[in-house]
Design a protein around this ligand. Sequence first.
Ligand SMILES: *Cc1c(COP(=O)(O)O)cnc(C)c1O
Length: 394
Amino acid sequence: MSNHEWSFQTKLLHNEAKVDLGTGAVSVPIHHSSTFHQFDVDKFGKYDYARSGNPTREALEQAIAELEGGTRGLAFSSGMAAISTAFLLLSQGDHVLVTEDVYGGTFRIITDVLTRFGIEHTFVDMTDLHQVASEIRPNTKVIYMETPSNPLLKVTDIRGIVNLAKANGCLTFLDNTFLTPELQRPLELGVDVVLHSATKFLAGHSDVLAGLAVVKDAEIGERLYKLQNAFGAVLGVQDAWLVLRGLKTLHVRLKQSSESALKLAKFLSEHPKVEEVYYPGLSFHPGYETQRYQAEGAGAVLSFKLADGEAVKTLVQNVKLPVFAVSLGAVESILSYPAKMSHAAMPPEEREKRGISDGLLRLSVGLENVDDLIKDFAEALEKLPQINRKESVR
Ligand SMILES: *Cc1c(COP(=O)(O)O)cnc(C)c1O
């Protein structure tokens, strides 16, 4: 069933998993089987043991491969399981260049775990191609991107980094959690491994933990598959089904949430109590042009800076609609406090250096009516003391 002629929106529904060929079921059957009977002693079937392969997980793996424009998808028990397994492509003595405002969990695996196995790293400002070029070493094997980055929504020039990597014989990994293939398809820009926390927009309902990796190159795909099977952090079948279910509405969810995010970003950027707004859909965002060039939208996540930790406390105590929680990419709006949540694993001085101050909040915009969200934030912001707003913002 080749679907190349259909738009992304249609492909979300009309893919390999559309109809179960055995029964005609229009929802992917959940195959609760850890092992598979072999009918022929000389010729084993496609499936033998569920860590190595299960039809339900495979349906999701095929779906994400097709949506990202790859040849192989792999599903893991969490985003961190996918990211950690991808790092197992590296060996002792290798070096990785990492974007400096990387997800906190990725920061932890790189600094606390990979270092014990002799894998070195350097954090760089990935928006500065000269800095990236100057930090590449003879043993650099991977350049690791996250764009837009978390939580400052910095935009990396994907093609620029890919060109640098190719010229220096290294692979590129990209965490595509914030935009999903709906808005950004890094494999088409030459990236080698796309990674996802499917826990977020792909599944979209704050009800499942899942991770995905997608590649275009068959040889890298085979190596990653062997690592997935060896390491064993595979996604369970119930969870695979929940991600497949979530995927069906990805287009409408992201469209609605992105539109609301832009409206909220504009509202916040004009508000006297807000010092700065970070959203790549705002024309004064430094990454605006790059974002427009390499992605089909700015996504549904934005960050904004209040005066200090006290202001954050007051706002959080007064907003009524968003849940105050870690995570993002769900039907309900989620307000997060990076300094104490996603980036709590980062030492305070590292955080400050990266601009993740005590006044910074991140908002993942959900499916509530945007006027209700704006009203909610307007009322909560009223409770904050007046500040002298920096004019540098625009
Ligand atoms: C949540 C997240 C992860 C980690 O994914 P889990 O599913 O929580 O393990 C990685 N990268 C980004 C950008 C995330 O938001």
